[in-house]
Design a protein around this ligand. Sequence first.
Ligand code: HEM
Length: 142
Amino acid sequence: MDKDIIDKVRVSYGKCLQDPHFIDKFYDRFLASSPEIKPRFSNTDYAKQKQILGHAINMLVMFPKGNRIAVNVLERVRETHSSSQLNIRPELYQLWKRCLMETVRECDPTAATEILLAWDAILQLGIDFIVRGYKKKYQSAY
Ligand code: HEM
């Protein structure tokens, strides 16, 4: 993936984070997006989860560059979200991505179509990586 486009998405994410409620807005949207989502987080510490999410989005954005920390984090997520643990079905990531994209559009209204398409492509790369581990054993998920 073109380095310039990744940098543009990072800048866009920076703009989004200027809104102190960006993560809350995304999380609220995601929880409300389907009756299937909220119950999954019934035992979750929301404040902690929001912190984790901000970090995880950063990792998704750094992942296409092959950043080692990002790869490590996504490897862990693919293990915890796999069918034998949290059992997050692959379709649910499309909901997650849609909610995040809607929140980006809300918080960075200046983002051009090109940037939104780049956001979509970057998130999808990380999602594909996570979903490839859904059924497989962690060690053989590559
Ligand atoms: C690319 C998308 C996603 C990323 C990057 C992500 C990332 C994370 C991270 C970093 C954690 C903390 C625990 C860990 O390290 O594994 C977590 C927890 C969790 N995620 Fe995700 N997640 C994603 C999508 C989803 C989706 C689609 C669901 C569907 C409901 C989901 C449900 C959960 C649940 C239930 C937890 C545990 C919360 C708790 O501790 O109670 N995640 N996620």
